[in-house]
Design a protein around this ligand. Sequence first.
Ligand code: PAF
Length: 283
Amino acid sequence: MRLFELSADMQKFSANVRAANLTLGLVPTMGALHAGHLSIVEKALGENDRVAVSIFVNPTQFNNPEDLQKYPRVLDEDLQKLEGISQNRLLVFAPLVKEIYGDNLISDRFDLQGLDLEMEGKYRPGHFQGVATIVKKLFQITKPHKAYFGEKDYQQLAVIRKMTQLEQMPVEIVPCNIYREKNGLAMSSRNRLLSPATKETAGYIFSALQWCAANFDEKEIDELKAEVGKKIASDSTFALEYFEIAEADSLQLAEKKEENKKYRAFIAVFAENVRLIDNIALN
Ligand code: PAF
């Protein structure tokens, strides 16, 4: 499996793939790959001749320096996992921060039309400008036909779609289902920072979301929010940062249900100082 650290090498590879009339898929990641990432890579391999997995912990999307510093970095382990999937059709792009940002470690500014303001955007100011910036850069370097993003980061997916549209980038954005542990906990690179006991009880977060989906038709939004808040507060390991119900496309927060609209619930919880997010379709 090939590993590129320089943008120029990645660009050359992508140009050759296109010149040979082959298709290239991109799976952007920040590494510490888990089974959810690997399932996305498999899906991308099923739909493209070649697949690039980018591994890059992007500083501009971290609003908390401690979070950036403790983000797991395990490149050798990641490479081994990917080798096990395909040696011929997969390649890894793992640049250094300087290669991507030079001496200018700042985000571009995108008019994300409100998609970046609530939930993750509210609690992680600047996060989505950083995400849009790095994804635009990765698209410019790798020039993929399709790019794959997990629905665990549902708001991120909406932001990336918007950025791609604003910048008129010819890349098809492919959403991928949330991959879960047996207990329902959404897979995340951050889960490896949890103790085994907390990882086990954290399945409770998804149970609360499932409860919300099951009761969505019968209960008002404020009742649902209050009840989920109580459920999370009942275990002192967990501290709720937010639980919101939003319209599924605009991501505007909802206070009352309206006919013919689709809604989704979004949650962020701290456990042992690790921030966990999840979401679920409600109707
Ligand atoms: O979801 C992630 O891992 C990151 O936000 C992404 C899309 C790779 C951008 O750094």
